[in-house]
Design a protein around this ligand. Structure first.
Ligand code: PAF
Length: 274
């Protein structure tokens, strides 16, 4: 696996490499990332991954500084998963001057996670469009665990007419249901034992909707109450339309139930499609 940090070297290395499939990450790779890398090989000739912890998508009180950085272990996992090229720019490589031009997503950036992480999706859209310009892939994969992020990137790619196929990868879970996430490493042993409650509650909501319950607000509030009783601090539990993350108009439209809640200092997000 070639490891490159400069944009010109990356562009030179990717000439004549056939159909390029790209998986951007912030590193600290787990089985969810590796599953995306493995799926990527089925979609093209050359799998390119990136590792870059993007300051622009972190709020001033978020975990940019303590975000886990495990570069050597990540390289070993990527090479074993068949990745041909790793783009690992420094901040100077990717932002050689202060970034003053941004990709500004529409109103979707202000709901759900966007309401609690102002500027987050603007930072994600900006870095992803910049990474797309560097790698120029034919396809790119993103995990469905970051459901709203996947939607922002899909919509950006369509509206900007970027010739890139966006592919969503299924969420990978631990045996007890907890969605794999780099942030799970922040959990204490007791918090880790408690964490699967979030996924259980999402399943209960999905089952209730499938059984015909129409009062989704009641379901959301009941889940929030259960989380609060178990010591969580919840940002949202929300049943939304898959198409645009708006409140459901009709319950026969495809729905998704999403949640973000904090266990101690760790903010966990998860979702399941109904
Ligand atoms: O999902 C992530 O790891 C990041 O948000 C991404 C897409 C790599 C952009 O920094």
């Amino acid at each position: 696996m070639q490891i490159l940090s400069s944009i010109p070297e990356l562009r030179a290395a990717l000439k004549n490499q056939g159909r390029i499939v790209f998986v951007p990450t912030m590193g600290n790779l787990h089985a969810g990332h590796i599953s995306l890398m493995e799926q990527a090989s089925a979609h093209g000739d050359t799998v390119v991954a990136s590792i870059f912890v993007n300051r622009l998508q972190f709020g001033p009180n978020e975990d940019f500084d303590k975000y886990p950085r495990t570069f050597q272990a990540d390289c070993d996992k990527l090479a074993a998963a068949g990745v041909k090229v790793l783009f690992a720019p420094t901040e100077c490589d990717l932002y050689p001057e202060p970034q003053e031009y941004f990709v500004e997503p529409p109103a979707i950036q202000n709901v759900l996670d966007g309401e609690f992480r102002p500027g987050h999706f603007r930072g994600v859209a900006t870095v992803v469009s910049k990474l797309f310009n560097c790698v120029q892939p034919a396809a790119a994969l993103f995990g469905k665990k970051d459901y709203q992020q996947l939607m922002v990137i899909r919509n950006m790619t369509r509206q900007m007419a970027l010739p890139i196929e966006i592919i969503g990868g299924a969420t990978v879970r631990a045996e007890d249901g907890l969605a794999l996430s780099s942030r799970n490493g922040y959990l204490s042993a007791a918090e880790r034992a408690e964490a699967p409650r979030l996924y259980r509650l999402l399943n209960e909501i999905r089952d209730a909707v499938l059984a015909g319950e129409r009062d989704t607000i009641k379901l959301e509030n009941a889940a929030i109450a259960q989380l609060t009783a178990a010591g969580w601090k919840t940002d949202y539990v929300a049943v939304r339309q898959q198409s645009d993350l708006a409140m459901p108009n009709a319950l026969d439209a495809p729905l998704v139930v999403l949640a973000a809640s904090r266990l101690g200092a760790t903010r966990l997000i998860d979702n399941i499609e109904i």
